[in-house]
Design a protein around this ligand. Structure first.
Ligand code: ATR
Length: 262
């Protein structure tokens, strides 16, 4: 029987992970089966444990179970501890291991675009789980200054307070979305505004060289404004492929080339 992998979530039908992992496996000459697993909203732990009890080797975790997956692990990577969320699970020596590959996926997608992160000044809009998950990998990739802008200032301030010890050499600060201003290399939309069809208004005075939208396949007023300024833009498909590649690397020890799958 092929090696068994799965992505667990609720809902799960929309997940692109099986097609990505099958494409990587074909390219790298690995035989595996990667399934979609729908867990009931109150049934993550039981479904996940059943998968591993049946001999499953690795599991990706998507909305809304990433925090529950974090809590279920006995061994966590540094970046998963900082993210407080896990999207990649595997068993090793009878212990459930967890990592979070979302931030590294974003970093690799950005680097594949040829955008520079060394010594960069980054503005991240949004202060939810998506933002928390990418700060540490962005810092490791060389970000010098990160400003978190959020509609609810207190949430951005809380995130800065939580993360500042983990990134002592990076300038980390919070600002209210309305007071957004300054000069950045990269601006990232990590809000769920595009997912819910809401507009995000960037002030004219805000300067940036590149714009990345974490959502993909959705109308994005954020990207429209960046494009109107003639700034290079990208949306989140590269990040999705990047996180899948990093999970694949953890499980199989070989790393597909991101650009082959965009
Ligand atoms: P995720 O885990 O995907 O980050 P989340 O924790 O629900 O999701 O966070 C959503 C983020 O999008 C928050 O920063 C939210 O701002 P608030 O903290 O003020 O709620 C932001 N967001 C959602 N809709 C928005 C909108 N229409 N305008 C601005 N920010 C929005």
């Amino acid at each position: 029987m092929s090696k068994q992998f799965a992505v667990i979530g609720h809902p799960i039908e929309q997940s692109r992970s099986p097609e990505l992992h099958h494409a990587f496996a074909q390219k790298m000459g690995i035989d595996l089966n990667y399934a979609k697993r729908l867990a009931p909203l109150d049934g993550f732990d039981a479904s996940m444990q059943d998968f591993f009890a049946q001999g499953g080797l690795g599991m990706n975790v998507t909305v809304p179970f990433k925090e529950q997956a974090f809590n279920a692990c006995t061994v966590l990577t540094e970046r998963a501890k900082i993210a407080k969320a896990v999207n990649t699970l595997w068993m090793q020596n009878g212990q459930l291991h967890g990592d979070n590959t979302d931030g590294q996926g974003l970093v690799e997608a950005i680097l594949a675009l040829g955008w520079n992160l060394a010594q960069s000044r980054i503005l991240i809009i949004g202060a939810g789980g998506a933002t928390r998950g990418v700060i540490y990998p962005l810092v490791q990739a060389g970000a010098q200054k990160i400003v978190i802008a959020n509609r609810t200032l207190a949430r951005a301030e809380q995130l800065v307070a939580d993360l500042k010890d983990a990134v002592p050499n990076t300038e980390l600060s919070a600002v209210e979305l309305h007071d957004l201003d300054g000069d950045f290399d990269l601006v990232i939309n990590a809000t769920s505004a595009s997912l819910s069809g809401d507009a995000l208004v960037l002030p004219e005075t805000l300067q940036f060289k590149y714009a990345y939208e974490m959502a993909y396949g959705k109308a994005s007023s954020f990207l429209d404004q960046a494009k109107a300024r003639g700034v290079p833009t990208s949306e989140g498909f590269g990040m999705l492929v990047g996180q899948a590649i990093e999970s694949f690397r953890i499980w199989h020890g070989v790393k597909p080339n991101l650009k082959d799958f965009l």
